[in-house]
Design a protein around this ligand. Structure first.
Ligand code: G4P
Length: 526
C-alpha cells in the first residue's frame, strides 16, 4: 500500500447527531477521553444555546467562540485517525448541520432511551438517507428508566425509516441496570453504578453457558437468552456491507455519562465505519486515493473580531494530499491560490499543518474568497455537489433602516448568505429582498451580525409564506404562463433560479393541480 492509501484507510470522519439533550456532548467528550485528546471530563463545552439564555445573541457570540475550537475534533485511537465534526445543537441552525453532513463519511445518532426518536433526529436522518450515509445508533441513558428496548427498535425503524440490527443488548435498565451483552464481540459487560465504567468484561461465546446465571442471576439470564433468541430470529444477520450502503443501522446501548458502552461503541465503530468514501462531483466520481488533491468548502466560520472581517473556510479533503503553500485552483474563480497557513484540528487545538489527507478537514483563513460549496483542485474543472437548499420555514422582508449604509447592508447580506446563514430570495414583482430561515433565531443572528460586522442596520417586515418551491417544466410556454399568473409570488434565489413562493398549503395544492406540467421541488437540487 502506498503511503497515501495507508493514511486514507486510517481515517474515520463522522458526525454525532441527536436531538438536544440526548447526550451528544457527553458522548463526544467520552470519545475524546479514550483518544487521549482531553484528560478531564467537562473539557468539551456544550455547543448549545441554553434555553434559559435571556439574550440570545450574547449566547450566540459565546458560541461562535467555542465552536471554532470544537468544530472539528481530531484524535488518534489505536491506529486510526478520527475526525469528529461537531454540529450545532439548536434546531434553528439545522441547515448548518445538514451541510456538515456533506463532509462526513458516517454518522452516529444518539437517542435517549426514555424519549426515543425526537423531531430533530428525524430530520437529520432524512439527510443521511438521501446521501446513503452509514449510520450507527447509540441508545443512551440506560442508567435511567425508559422504553422497552424492543419497542424502541420498532420506533427507530418506523421513525427513522431504516432497518436496524442491535449489536449490543441491555440487561435491565434504570436502577436495576446490570450491563450489556455485546452481540458483536460476544462479551458480557457488567455495570456497577458507583464505578462509572465497565467493571467487568467477560468473554461469552456461548450465551447458554450456566456461567451467565452467576453473573446476572437466574431471572435476568433467562430473559437475556430469550431476548437474544428473539433478536437472532427477527433481525437479519449483521453484515458490514449493508451497513456501509446505508441500508441497516447497527444499534448499541449504554450510558454516555457513566462511560458505559462507549468504548465498545468506539471499538466497533473503527472496525466497521467507512474510511473516506468516493464522492460524486458533477463531472465524475472522485476516489479518495487519487493522487491529486481535491476538496470543497462545507462551512464558513466568521471570526468574531468586527474590525477586520476574516473567516475560516472549512475544507473537506476529498482526494489526495493537501500541501501547505502548494498552488491550488479555486474553481469558481478560475484562479490558482496558495494557502500558507492551513490549520488542522487536533485534540481541540488549531495548529498550522504542512499536509493533510483525504478524509481530513482543514481550516483556511479567508477574507471573503470562499462560498459554501466551492471546490479546490490541482487544476481540474471539478464541481462537488453540495447539499441542496431546502425550503425555509420562515420568511421576512429585509429592509434598510439606515439609507447611508445601503452598500454595507448589501455586502453584508451577500456575504452572510455565502456563509450559508440563511437563504435570500428576490421578489420579481416588487424587487424586495426576502430572507428565509428555519427559525426565528437566525433573523436575530443576521440583524446582530449586520450591525456589528458591517455597520448596517436592518429591520424585518412580516411576510406570511408557506413554502418556497423551485419550479421547472419541459414546457417553456407553460412555465412562462405560470410565472405570469403568479407574478406577485415569483422570486429568484441567489443563483438566479425560479422560485415560487406559496402563501398557503392550499394555494400550493391548487397550483400543483392546475399546472400539471410544472414540477414543484422543495429543495434546490433536482
Ligand atoms: P446534547 O449535547 O445532546 O444536548 O446533550 P448533553 O451531552 O449535554 O446531555 C444532556 C444532559 O443529559 C446532561 O445533563 C447530561 O449530563 C445528561 N446525560 C448524558 N448522558 C447521560 C446518561 O448516560 N445518563 C444520564 N442519566 N444522563 C446523561 P444536564 O443536567 O442537562 O447537563 P449538565 O449540567 O450535567 O451538563
Amino acid at each position: 500500500m502506498s503511503e497515501l492509501t495507508e493514511e486514507i484507510a486510517k481515517r474515520r470522519t463522522f458526525a454525532i447527531i441527536s436531538h438536544p439533550d440526548a447526550g451528544k456532548t457527553t458522548l463526544t467528550e467520552k470519545l475524546l477521553l479514550f483518544g487521549g485528546a482531553i484528560h478531564v471530563a467537562g473539557a468539551v463545552k456544550s455547543n448549545k444555546i441554553k434555553k434559559t439564555a435571556t439574550s440570545y445573541w450574547m449566547e450566540i457570540e459565546k458560541q461562535r467562540g467555542i465552536s471554532v475550537a470544537t468544530s472539528v475534533m481530531g484524535f488518534n485511537y489505536n491506529n486510526y485517525k478520527i475526525n469528529i465534526l461537531d454540529t450545532p445543537g439548536h434546531q434553528d441552525f439545522a441547515e448548518d448541520t445538514f451541510r456538515t453532513l456533506t463532509a462526513v463519511d458516517s454518522v452516529i445518532i444518539v437517542v435517549d432511551i426514555a424519549k426515543g426518536v425526537e423531531a430533530q433526529t428525524r430530520r437529520l436522518m432524512e439527510v443521511c438517507r438521501m446521501r446513503k450515509t452509514p449510520v450507527i445508533v447509540f441508545v443512551n441513558k440506560l442508567d435511567r428508566d425508559g422504553k422497552d428496548p424492543f419497542d424502541l427498535l420498532d420506533e427507530l425503524e418506523e421513525e427513522l425509516k431504516i432497518n436496524v440490527r442491535p449489536l449490543s443488548w441491555p440487561i435491565d435498565m434504570g436502577q436495576r441496570f446490570k450491563g450489556v451483552y455485546n452481540i458483536f464481540d460476544k462479551k458480557l459487560d457488567l455495570y456497577t453504578p458507583s464505578k462509572q465504567y465497565v467493571t467487568e468484561s467477560v468473554e461469552f461465546k456461548d450465551i447458554n453457558s450456566p456461567e451467565l446465571e452467576t453473573h446476572i442471576g437466574d431471572h435476568l439470564a433467562e430473559k437475556l437468552r430469550s431476548d437474544i433468541e428473539l433478536i437472532e430470529g427477527v433481525y437479519p444477520e449483521f453484515e458490514t456491507e449493508t451497513y456501509l450502503k446505508g441500508e441497516i443501522a447497527p444499534v448499541f446501548f449504554g450510558s454516555a455519562l457513566n462511560n458505559f458502552g462507549v468504548k465498545e461503541l468506539l471499538d466497533c465503530f473503527v472496525k466497521i465505519a467507512p474510511s473516506p468514501r468516493p464522492i460524486q462531483a458533477v463531472e465524475r466520481i472522485v476516489t479518495p486515493t487519487e493522487d491529486k488533491f481535491t476538496g470543497f468548502v462545507f462551512k464558513i466560520h466568521a471570526n468574531m473580531d468586527p474590525n477586520h472581517r476574516s473567516c475560516i473556510a472549512f475544507v473537506k479533503i476529498c482526494s489526495g494530499r493537501f500541501e501547505r503553500n502548494a498552488n491550488y485552483k479555486h474553481v469558481r474563480h478560475g484562479k490558482m491560490f496558495r494557502y500558507s497557513s492551513p490549520t488542522a484540528f487536533m485534540a481541540q487545538k488549531k495548529e498550522t499543518v504542512d499536509e493533510a489527507f483525504a478524509g481530513d478537514i482543514i481550516g483556511i483563513p479567508d477574507t471573503g474568497n470562499f462560498k459554501i460549496g466551492d471546490t479546490l483542485t490541482e487544476g481540474e474543472e471539478l464541481h462537488f455537489k453540495g447539499l441542496p437548499s431546502f425550503s425555509p420555514e420562515m420568511f421576512k422582508y429585509i429592509e434598510n433602516s439606515d439609507p447611508m449604509k445601503t452598500k454595507q447592508l448589501n455586502k453584508g447580506i451577500d456575504q452572510l448568505m455565502d456563509e450559508g446563514v440563511a437563504q435570500l430570495f428576490i421578489n420579481q414583482f416588487n424587487g424586495r429582498k426576502i430572507i428565509g430561515t428555519v427559525g426565528q433565531l437566525q433573523f436575530e443572528v443576521i440583524q446582530y451580525r449586520l450591525l456589528h460586522e458591517y455597520g448596517a442596520q436592518c429591520k424585518w417586515e412580516p411576510l406570511n409564506l408557506y413554502k418556497a418551491c423551485w419550479i421547472e417544466s419541459d414546457d417553456e410556454a407553460e412555465l412562462e404562463n405560470f410565472k405570469r399568473r403568479k407574478a406577485q409570488y415569483m422570486a429568484k434565489d441567489k443563483e438566479g433560479r425560479d422560485v415560487y413562493l406559496a402563501d398557503s398549503s392550499y394555494v400550493l395544492q391548487m397550483a400543483q393541480h392546475d399546472f400539471e406540467k410544472i414540477r414543484f421541488h422543495f429543495s434546490s437540487e433536482f
